[in-house]
Write a protein that binds this ligand. Structure first.
Ligand SMILES: [Zn+2]
Length: 414
C-alpha cells in the first residue's frame, strides 16, 4: 500500500504533537533484525572500500531539509573509478564477493543485545517501538535526533508534506549503518596483508548518547561495533580517532559510562580509548539543542584526548593532531590497540555547507594531509584500521574522502 502522506502536521501545543502520526501502526518498523548474511554492500579490495548503495539517504525523501547530499558516497566511488583506483575488482554484492568470503567466513549477525550493551535498554526498547508510547516513541526519538521540532513544538527544517518515505524507516537505515561499521572493522582485522585497512562509506554516528539520539545520530555505531568485537573476543583494545569537525561527544559519554560500569578492562578501563580533534567552539560544545544535556553528560564529558582547534588556527591542525596521537599512546600506557576506528568526517573542509561546522576550514590539501598522517601512523605501527565516513555536508563533501582514498592507489605509499 502506498501512502501519500505519512504524517499529520505537527502543530505546536506545549511542545506536544497535537495531531499524531497517521497510519503509524501500518508503516512501523518491525522488531525483526537485519541480517548480515543479506547485507548488500559492495566491496573493493585495494584499497578496501565498503559501499552500500541502498544506504544512500536522500533526507528530503523524509521531509528533512538538511544539506546532506545523497551523492556523497556515489561520487566518491565514481571519482575513484575514473581515477583507476577501483579497476581491480568489479562490483559484487558483499557476500558474493570472494574477498569478503575469504576474510569474513560466516557473517555474525547484529543482535539487539549488541545495541543494549552500549545504550540504555529502555531507549532501545523505544526504538523497537515496544515502549509505552509504541511507534510514537520512535517518532519522537527521530524528531529529537534530527532536530526537526523547535522548542515551541514547531517543525524546524522539516516539511512532512514533502515526505515520500516514512520517517520511521530511518531506524532501519541506521541499523544498516551499524552493520556496515561492524563489517568494516571485521574486514580490517582479517585482511591481508597486515595491517588491514577498510574504508566504509557510511557510519560515524558519534553524537548518539547513552539514552537518546543527538546531532543526526540515533545510535552510536562506533561503540556498538567496538563493544561487539570485544564481546566476541576478536579484539581487546580499540582506539577511536575522531577527525570530524564536531566533538565526538556521544562516544566520549558512552566510553565514560562503560568504564564506570567496569566494562572496559577492570582497573585501567583502557580497552577503549578515544581521541577527538574538533572545533574549539560551536555545536555541541555550546549548543542550544532541543534537549540541552545536563552537566555530567555529553557534550561536556571529557574524552581521553581532546584537541580543540580555534577558528583561524587551521595551520596548527596537523601538529596538534600529531600531539594528540602521542597523547593517546601515552595515555594508553603505550599499549597499542588491536584496532583503530577512524571517524573520518569531511566537515572540517572549507567548502562544507553546514553552518555549525563553519568554525573549522581546512583546505582540501589540509584534509588529505590529516588523513595521510593518521593512515601512515597506523601503517607504521602495524595497527589495523576501519574508517567510517561521518559528517560532511553540501555538494563538495565527497572531495576530502575521495582525494584521500586516491592516494592509497598502489598500496598507499607516496
Ligand atoms: Zn560533524
Amino acid at each position: 500500500m502506498r501512502l501519500k502522506k505519512f504524517y499529520g502536521r505537527s502543530k505546536n501545543t506545549n511542545g506536544e504533537f497535537s495531531r499524531t502520526l497517521m497510519h503509524q501502526a501500518r508503516i512501523g518498523v518491525s522488531a525483526s533484525y537485519p541480517s548480515l548474511s543479506s547485507y548488500k554492500a559492495y566491496i573493493y579490495n585495494d584499497p578496501m572500500i565498503l559501499y552500500d548503495p541502498d544506504l544512500i539517504q536522500a533526507y528530503t525523501d523524509y521531509g528533512i531539509m538538511l544539506p546532506i547530499s545523497p551523492a556523497r558516497a556515489p561520487r566518491i566511488i565514481d571519482f575513484l573509478d575514473h581515477s583507476g583506483v577501483l579497476a581491480s575488482e568489479p562490483l559484487k554484492p558483499l557476500f558474493d564477493s570472494p574477498t569478503a568470503r575469504r576474510f569474513l567466513g560466516d557473517p555474525t549477525p547484529l543482535h539487539r543485545e549488541d545495541l543494549e550493551r552500549v545504550h540504555q535498554k529502555e531507549f532501545i526498547t523505544t526504538l523497537y517501538q515496544e515502549g509505552p508510547e509504541g511507534s510514537q516513541g520512535l517518532l519522537k526519538a527521530l524528531l529529537n535526533t534530527y532536530e526537526l521540532i523547535d522548542r515551541r513544538g514547531r517543525p524546524h527544517r522539516y516539511e512532512p508534506d514533502r515526505a515520500v518515505k516514512p520517517l520511521l524507516e530511518l531506524f532501519h537505515l541506521t541499523l544498516a549503518q551499524v552493520e556496515g561499521t561492524y563489517l568494516a572493522c571485521r574486514l580490517a582485522l582479517e585482511k591481508d596483508p597486515k595491517p588491514g585497512f577498510c574504508y566504509y562509506l557510511g557510519g560515524g554516528m558519534h553524537h548518539a548518547r547513552y539514552d537518546q539520539g543527538a546531532g543526526f545520530c540515533l545510535i552510536n555505531d562506533i561503540m556498538i561495533a567496538a563493544r561487539k568485537l570485544q564481546y566476541e573476543n576478536r579484539v581487546q583494545r580499540i582506539w577511536v580517532v575522531d577527525l570530524d569537525a564536531h566533538k565526538g561527544c556521544g562516544t566520549a559519554e558512552l566510553v565514560y559510562f562503560s568504564r564506570i560500569r567496569g566494562d572496559l578492562g577492570g582497573n585501567t578501563g583502557l580497552e577503549i580509548a578515544n581521541l577527538s580533534i574538533h572545533m574549539a567552539k560551536g555545536w555541541p560544545l555550546d549548543g542550544e539543542t532541543l534537549h540541552a544535556a545536563p552537566q555530567g553528560r555529553a557534550p561536556w564529558i571529557q574524552g581521553d584526548v581532546e584537541i580543540c582547534i580555534e577558528a583561524g588556527a587551521e595551520d596548527t591542525y596537523i601538529s596538534e593532531l600529531q600531539r594528540g596521537l602521542a597523547l593517546l599512546e601515552k595515555g594508553s600506557q603505550n599499549l597499542h590497540p588491536d584496532l583503530v576506528i577512524v571517524v573520518d568526517g569531511s566537515d572540517p573542509y572549507e567548502h562544507d555547507e553546514l553552518p555549525s561546522s563553519s568554525l573549522l576550514k581546512l583546505s582540501l590539501d589540509g584534509c588529505i594531509e590529516r588523513d595521510r598522517l593518521v593512515y601512515q601512523y597506523l601503517r607504521e605501527q602495524g595497527i589495523p584500521s576501519a574508517w567510517i565516513i561521518a559528517g560532511g555536508y553540501g555538494e563538495r563533501a565527497w572531495e576530502p574522502n575521495a582525494y584521500f582514498l586516491r592516494t592509497l592507489q598502489g598500496g598507499g605509499q607516496r
